[in-house]
Every structure is written in C-alpha cells, then in structure tokens.
Design a binder for this molecule. Structure first.
Ligand code: ADP
Ligand code: MG
Length: 292
C-alpha cells in the first residue's frame, strides 16, 4: 500500500474534465468506478499508478466480456461448455494432456481438422464447444453448426443461386465446428455440397468434426463412397483423431440399464487409407491401434 493524497490540482473542474473525457472516450465502466478509485487514493490505499491501472483494467474487462459474448453469439456457441467443466475422470480413455494441448489452438493456426469420435453422450459436443469457447476468448473467429444445418443451408443457397456466397460465409471463420455427423444420413446431394465446403476450407481454415460413426461408415452418411472418400481425403490429411471409448455421461446413473455391447464400444473400424497428397498425415489417437 502506498499512501497518496489526491493531487491538489484535482479540483472539481479537473474531475469534471476527467468525467467528460471518459464519456467522450466511451469508457462507461471507468466512469462508474472513478469515484470509488478516487476515495481509495484519498484513503491512501492505492497509488496514482495503481489507480490508472485499475481504471483501465476495469474498462478493458468490460469490453473483453462484451467482445466474447458477441463473438460467441455470432458463432452460434449458445450452449456454453468449458474444459474446466469436463470431468476427465469419467473418460479414462481420453488423454487430458492431449485435449489441453488442443486448447493451445495451434491446430487452428495450422488449419488442421480435429475429429471427436465416440458413442452418443461421451462428450464430443462438449469438447468441441469448449475448444470453440477457448478459440473465441483468444480472439479467433468460430462458427458452430450441426452437419444437418450446414447441409440444409447450402442446399437452400443453391436453390436460391447464392451458393458461392454461402460457401464464402462458411469459409470465413478460422474455426468451423461441424457437430453430429452420422446421426442422420444427409439429404440427397448433401454430400456433394458438404464436399464443396470442405474442399474450399482445405488447408485454409481449421475444423472440428464430431461423429458417432466410424470413418468406414461415412459412405452411408454422405450417400456414397466416392464422396465419402473425397471428404476423408481432405479431412484426414492434416488431422487429429480423438477416439472416446467411454460410455454416455448422460446415462451415467443408469449404466446398469444399458446393454454391455453398446456401453464402451469403439466406433472406428479398419478401412483402406484414403489417397493423400503432400506431407504425411498427423493422425494420433488415444487408441492408436484401433484407429483407421
Ligand atoms: P455427445 O456429443 O458425445 O453425444 P455431449 O458432449 O453432448 O455428448 O454430452 C452430453 C451431456 O453430458 C452434455 O450436457 C455434456 O456437457 C455432458 N458431459 C459429457 N461428458 C462429460 C464429462 N466427461 N464431464 C462433464 N460433463 C459431460
Ligand atoms: Mg453431440
């Protein structure tokens, strides 16, 4: 604590001018805390430097909170999940350090794809959202949507002659999260439309994809092996595959009601390696022997 008395120059006129500056600079939070900070200076609780620090810090915190809230909304990250809220002890197959390394977001800057694979309820969407929230906090742009939403928006744009614009819109965010691949087969022509998006983002923007189906089943999901192979070609080239072997968190209190064979089944099945170009794939997994 540094004892400081208010500068005698801090006359009412000076204080009025400071208030007017804060209004002019659009600093509502600083204006709000000004009186309190002045009292603390008077009481000798903080120095002048600490007062400036607190004033600016309060304003910055307000702005940062606003920026994050607005970016989360724009990116459709409505249902907020955090890494802190993820119980890693419930998913022993999941390497916590590996997820924390992903939270450093280098994969976003390297334009890679991260796949979360596993049974319903094992935490795929939670982890995807949590990484999305980290990306927003760090100032990176993110957009979250289900595969069904993306495909239907592309199909609508195609009907209306605005497909190029829609593709451009979906290429803009640094991180695109595509949730729920495999719950429903895509609409006819949807595989092709999704391929156009994936191809447009390939090596230009990062993606997180969640799926309850193994890659070998993508032919069924996307309406044909040709389009599925082309998709996987791009989506597995610079990719991180995280297989979650565990059971549903939603059903954790009712595990005894679920048949054994659906409880902790791995969903990846061996399949031929897709054609690749350029540098070798960086596929890693918590269960390397069972992947691909
Ligand atoms: P999935 O997308 O794999 O079907 P979700 O990520 O939607 O599953 O998880 C289902 C629900 O359980 C969500 O509310 C999620 O927050 C929660 N959940 C899942 N796994 C965990 C976990 N390990 N710790 C805490 N909450 C979890
Ligand atoms: Mg999900």
């Amino acid at each position: 604590m540094t004892a400081t008395t208010l500068d005698p120059a801090a006359s009412p006129a000076t204080l009025d001018r400071i208030r007017a500056h804060l209004v002019g600079l659009n600093m509502p939070r600083a204006l709000e805390v000004l009186e309190h900070i002045l009292r603390r200076i008077e009481r000798g609780e903080i120095s002048a430097l600490e007062a400036i620090d607190t004033l600016l810090g309060e304003e910055l915190t307000l702005r940062e909170g606003r920026r994050v809230r607005s970016a989360l909304k724009m990116g459709r990250l409505i249902n907020i999940k955090t890494l802190g809220g993820f119980d890693f002890s419930f998913q022993p197959s999941l390497d916590r350090d590996r997820i924390m390394a992903l939270a450093q977001l280098d994969f976003v800057d390297r334009h890679e794809a991260v796949h979360f694979l596993g049974q319903p309820g094992c935490g795929k969407t939670h982890l995807a959202l949590a990484l999305g929230v980290e990306a927003v906090k760090s100032g990176r742009s993110v957009y979250f949507a289900t595969l069904a939403d993306i495909v239907s928006s592309l199909a609508k744009a195609e009907r209306e002659g605005t497909l190029r614009e829609r593709l451009r819109f979906l290429c803009r965010p640094q991180l695109l999260i595509v949730d729920e691949i495999g719950y429903l087969p895509v609409i006819p022509g949807g595989g092709n439309l999704f391929f156009q998006l994936v191809n447009a983002r390939y090596e230009r923007g990062a993606m997180i994809l969640t799926s309850n189906r193994g890659f070998a089943e993508w032919g069924d999901v996307f309406g044909g092996t040709v389009v599925a192979t082309a998709l996987l070609d791009r989506l597995l080239h610079h990719a991180v595959v995280v297989q979650i072997e565990g059971a549903s968190y939603r059903l954790r209190r009712h595990a005894d009601l679920i048949p054994d064979n659906t409880r902790t089944r791995s969903i990846t099945t061996p399949q031929p390696q897709p054609r690749r170009r350029g540098r070798p794939p960086k596929m890693t997994s918590t269960q390397p022997d069972t992947d691909l």
